[in-house]
Design a protein around this ligand. Sequence first.
Ligand code: ATP
Length: 616
Amino acid sequence: MRWATAGPALSAVRHGGRLVGLCGRAAMPAIWGYLLLEILIGTQGVAAAWLTKAVIDGLIGRVRFADVLWPVAVLSLLGLVRGVAPLIRRYLVAEIDRRAALTAQDGLFKAIERFVGLERLEDPAFLDRLRLAQQSVFAPGGFLEGAFGILRGTLSLVGFIGSLALISPMVTGIVVIAAVPGFVAEFRVSRRRHKMFMDIGPAQRRELFYANLLTDAQAAKEIRLFRLGPFLRGRMIAERRAANAAKRRLDRRELGTQTVLVLLSILASSAGLLWMVVAAGRGQLTIGDVSVFIAAVAGTQSGLTDLIVSTTVAYQQALMFEHYEAVLRATPPAVPASAVRPVPALRDGIRLRDVWFRYSDDHDWVLRGVDLFIPAGATIALIGANGAGKSTLVKLLCRFYEPTRGAILWDGTDIRRLPHEELRDRMGAVFQDFMAYDFSAADNIAVGELSALDDEVRLREAAELAGIHDAISALPRGYRTLLTRMFFAGPGPVGSDVGVILSGGQWQRIALARAYLRQDCDVMILDEPSSGLDADTEHDLHTRLRNIRSGRTSILISHRLGAVRDADLIFVLHDGVIAEQGTHAQLLALDGDYARMFSLQAAGYQSEHHTGERVG
Ligand SMILES: Nc1ncnc2c1ncn2[C@@H]1O[C@H](COP(=O)(O)OP(=O)(O)OP(=O)(O)O)[C@@H](O)[C@H]1O
């Protein structure tokens, strides 16, 4: 993967434009309001200083009461701006932040959906980047706050520096020059902080992993039985300590730099005030001038600090947004709906032509030139030892990975040339590691085919076929019962129902019900669909599947050879190639691996049967 390599400052400017664009798309009216307020806030300080001078000079010059009344009235109005504008600004900032973060988050997850396969989600470097990208959904709001802070600071500075320059160009020069090291130092710290966040990313992700593990109900059994708590907690704390050490180093450096800068700035303003006392003593300044001078020195200093802080915030957020942009760059572009051609129904069959596959260059080959043909309408079985590559092969069929060499042809067309979503729409599957979602029973079945989400009849039909309807009906809220104890079923804790936990076999039936929702699909993949089922249900499952799927293509993976013997074709995967293929009878006659495994399993059942008889 190629990440951006442009200089940080340049890329910050580039990202800045995009961040503002994103904020604009999310909350344009609020941005205009915010801008107006910043202009008001940025200019009111200078206006107040000059109005104060007018009042003081007017009073000393003994002008008419009416002549000082208008500056006093405007000063009161400015007081109102000073009091209320920051409150409204806070609301607008929060609103822009919320909206922009929502837009950014939506964009990020839409981009993640566009990944065709699983490789990225198994790449630690990408996952580190993704975590930072998730954090950077708040960057647009933060950047705008920084950018508008720069505007506010600049407006205020122009006014104060101008006022100061009118009274003493020399003092102005000293105060401004004293601020330059601050800018340089803050930029450096920002860059270091950004790099530090990238460096500690993996440690933070591991810490989160341990923290989640320690509170995960599923992991709790082993954690308690094997007394893993202190061990995992120790690792979690070690990761946190490592991250803390990196943060502490930077904080100390920042503390030192900032202390020096503050001293420099105090020195500059003290020099200015000293000059003012001398000049006022010589009668070169009026009392009004003195009041403007004092306000201008303070205003210039706070304006410069504001400017430095705002620039740093904007810069940091822009750097942070690089992660967001990098994830978006890594995703394939969205395909316009008009350009998508539907995948035609399978007529002839699926052919794997000399398929080689390994998960990455660092991994061994899993498949080493697999050639096989799955005729349309046939039930084929895939068998082989643990790790032989059976699940990998079906993952390739679903385009979760691409073959490293060779091709998979859908009626003669390379599946890489077919739109992956349409291809997957033609498939149903029960994966070996199917998901148990923390949803209701209805939702857990409907995930197999979302068009059935609110269709109780279809959901019930699928559940009946999978033999789980009765169990679901008996739950406290039937199909609406949550199949988790992570959440409340109702809106709040008091009086709300909590969910239930299903058994492993019941979950397997839920997964089957999902697949039944797609019973009309072209290709059904069943990867160990019956491993958790009792003997009766397993038999029932295979009979039902045979009847429902009769005439449709099915791929069955199972270690229980009794379950696959009725398949039209059985493929034995060994050492990354198809070592044997044929019907059950043909493979028994061949007397190879299949025959050996089958007799071994059959002998196991036989001996148990005999042992049982003896005991009985
Ligand atoms: N995502 C992955 N990344 C790297 N290696 C993987 C990945 N998934 C599987 N493997 C490796 O690929 C090989 C084949 O695994 P696969 O799950 O396809 O085997 P299988 O035949 O389905 O095994 P089983 O009968 O145990 O389910 C194994 O050596 C496994 O370690």
